[in-house]
Design a protein around this ligand. Structure first.
Ligand code: NDP
Ligand code: MG
Length: 385
């Protein structure tokens, strides 16, 4: 029996991880659950999974904790992630919060020598070098949950001493894959939230529409697999059946396939290296008929080129891209800016903050703060533009 803490239990990844616990109560127990604001959902989860500790980042007074849940230890406020990651005994911590909040959570869990299951890509985007160094120092490599990175990780299991020469990172292309640039620029939140293949949280769904999700994934892959960004090729693959692939020195390419269902990579990380049932549908290649592939379009989707530029620039450039994008996505979802202003906000921040250091966690948080301040000013100037 493996005990699991989930940071971000009320979200898309968190709830699907709990579905895997439902399927395998003999394999997993829940040590702790942490959410930000959805208290009623967290109360329901607490009743069902009996964690010893629960956290709510947006605090509620003790009087609001239901009577039947008072025996649980409740941690409230911004410290909740830290306390659960660092102090609650467990075998594995699934980090599935959104945004840079994942970085300190991952570092805390590694400091406590826990096995980290990583859904939150922003931890590697912003602090990849520090996270990878710490995971290697404690001898607990991260187990990726992001479907593309899980696919690559699965393909690498048989590699022996052969390093990958190229990663083929697949992308669905999102809802605007076939749209004209001027239509993309004017797209509404409702249009951007309509992802063709995956049902996910709001932030990552918008990132999929702008291709900033794939930009963050190039950064994530660079750190997880220690591959130069020049050897990571993005392949637009609208069917989302090939979840990614790896090429080796002899020209052989190994890919991982399946229906798009996040429970598969979540369960693989939860019970690595053994495979367990997930409730996922079986892949029917006859029903799909054909798999197609397209090149990225740097004019309509500049995010990928920006990601490569940031990785080559080094320092805190990736953190600046991420912070500016988070601010811009929030403004877009609030209806304050047009879709096209997301990319313009990121470019503006990169232009204004070209060479900040990222040697320490404090450097990274400073770069994140500066990127947000710069972007908020720019966004205010864009409203209604
Ligand atoms: P959701 O928005 O669905 O869920 C996020 C979860 O984290 C919720 O439980 C939320 O709490 C909590 N949360 C959000 N912000 C904070 C914060 N600052 N501090 C503490 N808790 C917080 O997101 P997803 O599940 O879609 O994504 C989670 C992460 O996984 C992201 O980094 C995403 O990029 C990555 N990912 C997601 C995939 C997917 O299919 N969804 C696929 C691959 C990667 P509450 O809702 O209670 O406010
Ligand atoms: Mg992904």
């Amino acid at each position: 029996m493996q005990s699991l803490s989930i940071l971000g239990s009320t979200g898309s990844i968190g709830t699907q991880a709990l579905e895997i616990v439902d399927l395998h109560p003999d394999l997993f127990s829940v040590a702790a659950l942490c959410a930000r604001s959805q208290k009623e959902k967290l109360f329901q989860q607490a009743r069902r999974y009996h964690p010893a500790v629960c956290g709510l980042v947006d605090p509620v007074p003790e009087s609001e904790i239901p009577q039947d849940l008072k025996h649980i230890q409740w941690v409230m406020g911004p410290e909740a992630l830290h306390i659960i990651a660092a102090q609650v005994p467990c075998d594995m911590v699934l980090v599935s919060v959104v945004g840079i909040a994942g970085l300190p959570a991952v570092m805390d869990a590694l400091d406590a020598r826990r096995q980290v299951l990583l859904a939150n890509k922003e931890a590697l985007v912003t602090g990849g070098h520090l996270v990878m160094e710490k995971a290697s120092a404690i001898g607990k490599p991260l187990l990726p949950v992001d479907s593309e990175h899980s696919a690559i990780f699965q393909c690498l299991q048989t590699r022996g001493s052969n390093p990958p020469v190229r990663l083929l990172l697949t992308a669905s292309g999102g809802p605007f894959r076939t749209w004209k640039k001027e239509d993309i620029d004017r797209a509404t939140p409702a249009q951007a939230l309509r992802h063709p293949n995956w049902s996910m949280g709001q932030k990552i769904t918008i990132d999929s529409a702008s291709m900033f999700n794939k930009a963050l994934e190039i950064m994530e892959a660079r750190w997880l697999f220690d591959v130069s960004p020049d050897n990571i090729q993005v392949v637009i693959h609208p069917q989302s059946v090939i979840h990614s692939a790896v090429e080796f020195a002899d020209g052989a390419v190994l890919a991982q396939l399946g229906v798009p269902d996040m429970r598969v990579p979540i369960a693989y990380a939860m019970h690595f290296p053994d495979r367990i049932s997930t409730g996922s549908k079986s892949l029917d290649l006859f029903e799909i008929g054909s798999l197609t592939f397209e090149r990225e379009d740097p004019v309509r989707f500049p995010a990928l080129s920006l990601a490569r530029q940031c990785l080559h620039a080094g320092g805190a450039a990736c953190t600046v891209l991420n912070g500016a994008n988070e601010e811009a996505v929030a403004a877009f979802l609030a209806g304050r800016i047009p879709f096209g202003a997301i990319t313009r906000t990121v470019m503006h921040a990169l232009d204004r903050l070209p060479s900040l250091p990222a040697d320490t966690l404090d450097d990274i948080y400073t770069a994140d703060r500066l990127a947000r301040e710069t972007s908020r000013k720019y966004l205010a100037s864009q409203e209604g533009a």
